[in-house]
Design a protein around this ligand. Structure first.
Ligand code: NAD
Length: 244
């Protein structure tokens, strides 16, 4: 399928590199100075947009008005979602957006929710989350760790809230502890542990590069073809893997 890359930065370049291997032909790479119109989009069926929060809503509205479906990976524009939704619905096009396009993370979150639900019934097993990222990362805990913590809380009657680095002394059994490490060049590692008196169970996700985000976005572009309305990555996985 023919795709336009809108936002030719780190993600844009990664998309360009991986697209041919996923049956996607890149017909346009557009960055900040490009004017979006039928000529510059060169017959693209879907635009994959990774730009900046201030730019994304306007770009999506323009692309919808031009009749082009959009996969949007830009983070931080959620407060404009309703006006974007109206524009996409009015145009009769499709939009799939996600702040994290890693299929592995999406699968991991489903596994963690299921595991938390199962373990919840056995009081002996405590739950804990540990995340590691490279030493340049500014925020903590990671957005993925927070999402995982909320996944666990949604399934647990025993954990009521999460907290980073529980204080010294016994930890509150109703608080899910998140420990954080910053070291070397780690792309992102998240470990959920269920620790009982006699043994320990761990679920672990390790990201190796940004390729996972690009591959997820390309897969979403293919799924979006022929669909109208606004979708998230979960909608795609619900359709492909079955709802839960
Ligand atoms: P980047 O800064 O490397 O690239 C962004 C590009 O967008 C730049 O080349 C910039 O010039 C261009 N741009 C800005 N405004 C534009 C406009 N109006 N029109 C066209 N191009 C414009 O950033 P990046 O690492 O590629 O990330 C981009 C966005 O994607 C960020 O919001 C980031 O948080 C997000 N991101 C999301 C995922 C995900 O899985 N959803 C993964 C990685 C990054």
């Amino acid at each position: 399928m023919k795709i336009a890359i809108v936002g030719y930065g780190r993600m844009g370049h990664t998309l360009e590199q991986l697209a041919p291997g996923m049956e996607c032909e890149v017909v346009a790479c557009l960055d900040r100075d490009a004017h979006l119109d039928h000529d510059s989009l060169a017959g693209a069926e879907v635009a994959i947009e990774f730009t900046a929060p201030a730019a994304a809503p306007g770009l999506i509205r323009t692309l919808a008005a031009l009749g082009v479906d959009v996969v949007s990976g830009t983070t931080g524009w959620g407060d404009e979602l309703e006006s974007v939704r109206r524009a996409v619905d009015a145009a009769g096009t499709g939009l799939l957006y996600s702040p994290n396009f890693s299929i592995g993370v999406a699968l991991f979150r489903r596994m963690v929710r299921e595991a938390a639900r199962i373990v919840d019934g056995v009081d002996d097993y405590d739950m804990h989350l540990h995340e590691t990222h490279h030493r340049y990362k500014l925020d903590h805990p990671s957005g993925t760790a927070v999402a995982l913590a909320e996944d666990i809380l949604s399934q647990s009657t025993r954990k009521k809230s999460w907290a980073e680095d529980p204080p010294a002394g016994p930890s509150d059994p109703e608080v899910l502890g998140i420990s954080v490490a910053r070291e070397g060049h780690v792309s992102g590692s998240h470990v959920i542990s269920f620790d009982g008196p006699d043994d320990r169970i761990e679920l672990r996700h390790d990201a190796r590069s940004r390729n996972g985000f690009a591959r997820g976005a390309l897969r979403a572009a293919q799924w979006l073809r022929g669909r109208t309305g606004v979708f998230t990555l979960d909608d795609m996985l619900d359709a492909q893997l079955g709802k839960r």
